[in-house]
Design a binder for this molecule. Structure first.
Ligand SMILES: Cc1cc2nc3c(=O)[nH]c(=O)nc-3n(C[C@H](O)[C@H](O)[C@H](O)COP(=O)(O)OP(=O)(O)OC[C@H]3O[C@@H](n4cnc5c(N)ncnc54)[C@H](O)[C@@H]3O)c2cc1C
Length: 304
C-alpha cells in the first residue's frame, strides 16, 4: 500500500511552516505531525495532499511548561513524552489517564497532542480529556494567534474550528488554585474495542469539590456521537451535591439525557443503542475513580 506522490518540506520554525502553507496554498498542502493518522489516510485514499509540511523540526512546539495557574503543552509533544511528564500526571490526571489508553507503544512514540486534536476522530481519547480539563487551544494563522475554547473546537467527525492555514501551536490547561488542588481530581476510563483497539466509548471527568460537596463537575464522552461532547446533564446533577455513592449513581443515570438517538454513533462493531447503554456505566466508573483520588489526597470525598 503506497501513498500518492507528494512534495515534502520540513519546516524549522512556525513562520516557515506558515509561509510554506501560503506558498503552496493552491496545491492542497497538509501539515504533518506524527503522521499516524495522515499517512494511513493518504495510503488508503481517504485523503489527498500534493504537499506535506512537516512540523517535526520546530522545537518551539514541543514540551510541557508549568506555570502557577496553568500547564502549557506544545502541540508537537508526543504522547510518550507527555506520559513521562510527572507534573502533568500530578496536575491533570484526566489527560495522563487518556494518554495511557492511546494505541500502542509505536503510536505513543510518534503521535502528538496537536495531531490528535486536529484530527478530531470521533473515538479519539484526548478530545474528551481536554474538554473535561477546560482547556484552551491556541492556533496561529494569517491573522496572528487566536485562542479557541475546547468547548468550541470540536465541530464534527474530523472537523474542528481550525481554519485553512492555521497551525495548532499549544494547549493551555488551567491548574486548580494551590488551595484547591487537593480538592480537585480527574480521571478517564474507556471501553476498548477488542478488534480496533480504539475506544468504543471513553468518559473524562474533572471534579472540583468544596468541603464535602461538588462545586463543579466537568464531564465529556468520546465515541458516542460524531465528536467528543460535554455531558451537561450529569454536570448539572452533581453541582452543589455531596460526593456520595447515591449522588454519583443518580447523576450517572442521566448521562444519556440530551443525546438524541439519531446522534448516536453506530458502526459495524458497536450499535448506537449499545453505546447509549454504556455511557452511564462508564460515567459512574470515571466519577468513582476521580472521587477516590480526591479521597487519597487526605481530604475526604470518597463516595459513601
Ligand atoms: C494503530 C493506531 C492506533 C491508534 N489508536 C488510537 C487510540 O486508541 N486513541 C487515539 O486517540 N488515537 C489513536 N490513534 C491515532 C493516533 O493517536 C494519531 O497519532 C493521531 O490521531 C494523530 O496525531 P499525529 O501526531 O500522528 O498527527 P498526523 O497524522 O501527522 O496529523 C493528523 C491531522 O492533523 C493535522 N495536524 C497535525 N498537527 C497539526 C497542528 N499542529 N496544527 C494543525 N493541524 C495539525 C494534520 O494535517 C492531519 O490532518 C491510533 C493510530 C494508529 C495508527
Amino acid at each position: 500500500m503506497y501513498p500518492p506522490r507528494f512534495d515534502y518540506h520540513r519546516a524549522t520554525s512556525l513562520e516557515e511552516a506558515r509561509s510554506l502553507l501560503a506558498e503552496h496554498a493552491d496545491r492542497d498542502p497538509r501539515l504533518l505531525a506524527g503522521g499516524h493518522s495522515l499517512i494511513p489516510a493518504l495510503k488508503t485514499d481517504r485523503t489527498t495532499a500534493d504537499v506535506l509540511v512537516d512540523l517535526g523540526g520546530i522545537d518551539d512546539l514541543e514540551g510541557v511548561t508549568t506555570e502557577p495557574n496553568e500547564t502549557i503543552v506544545g502541540a508537537l509533544t508526543t504522547y510518550a513524552d507527555l506520559l513521562e511528564a510527572s507534573e502533568l500526571a500530578e496536575r491533570h490526571p484526566v489527560l495522563t489517564d487518556a494518554l495511557a489508553e492511546v494505541g500502542d507503544l509505536q503510536v505513543r512514540n510518534r503521535g502528538t497532542l496537536g495531531g490528535n486534536l486536529a484530527q478530531a476522530e470521533p473515538a479519539a481519547d484526548l478530545p474528551a480529556a481536554v474538554l473535561a480539563a477546560n482547556a484552551t487551544i491556541v492556533a496561529h494563522g494569517s491573522g496572528g494567534e487566536r485562542e479557541i475554547r475546547a468547548d468550541e473546537f470540536f465541530r464534527g467527525e474530523r472537523e474542528t474550528a481550525l481554519e485553512t492555514g492555521e497551525v495548532l501551536t499549544r494547549v493551555r490547561l488551567p491548574a486548580a488554585p494551590a488551595s484547591d488542588a487537593d480538592r480537585t481530581a480527574g480521571a478517564y476510563v474507556r471501553k476498548t474495542h477488542p478488534a480496533s483497539g480504539w475506544a468504543s466509548l471513553g468518559v473524562a471527568v474533572v471534579l472540583e469539590c468544596e468541603g464535602e460537596s461538588v462545586r463543579e463537575a466537568r464531564l465529556a464522552a468520546t465515541g458516542v456521537t460524531d465528536r467528543a461532547i460535554r455531558l451537561e446533564s450529569v454536570e448539572d446533577a452533581l453541582a452543589g451535591e455531596p460526593l456520595e455513592s447515591a449522588t454519583v449513581a443518580a447523576a450517572a443515570e442521566r448521562a444519556a439525557v440530551g443525546i438524541e438517538p439519531d446522534e448516536l454513533r453506530s458502526d459495524l462493531h458497536v450499535s448506537g443503542e449499545y453505546r447509549a447503554g454504556l455511557v452511564p456505566v462508564y460515567v459512574e466508573r470515571a466519577l468513582e475513580r476521580a472521587a477516590k483520588r480526591i479521597d487519597a489526597s487526605g481530604n475526604g470525598g470518597e463516595p459513601r
